[in-house]
Design a protein around this ligand. Structure first.
Ligand code: SF4
Ligand code: SF4
Length: 67
């Protein structure tokens, strides 16, 4: 399951982009996005993000945005 970035939590610091081993993370406007076709779910971005906004998939996403 590719990870995705919770855009409303992203502060655009770019830390995750340099941590990704497959260059799946790119900047879009002022936040970052994960290319689902490239992500290998290594979780490097999850552990390094200061805002803990890279998440595991649609279900986790839904749980977070409804809190
Ligand atoms: S490390 Fe987190 S806060 Fe920083 S750009 Fe990546 S997703 Fe956004
Ligand atoms: S989980 Fe790994 S491969 Fe996927 S976007 Fe994050 S750092 Fe890149």
């Amino acid at each position: 399951m590719p990870r995705q970035i919770l855009e409303q939590n992203c502060i655009g610091c770019g830390t995750c982009e340099s941590a990704c081993p497959v260059d799946a993370i790119y900047k879009k406007d002022n936040v970052y996005q994960i290319d689902a076709n490239e992500c290998v779910d290594c979780q490097a971005c999850q552990s390094i993000c200061p805002e803990a906004c890279t998440i595991g998939g649609p279900r986790e996403f839904k749980e977070l945005v409804t809190k």
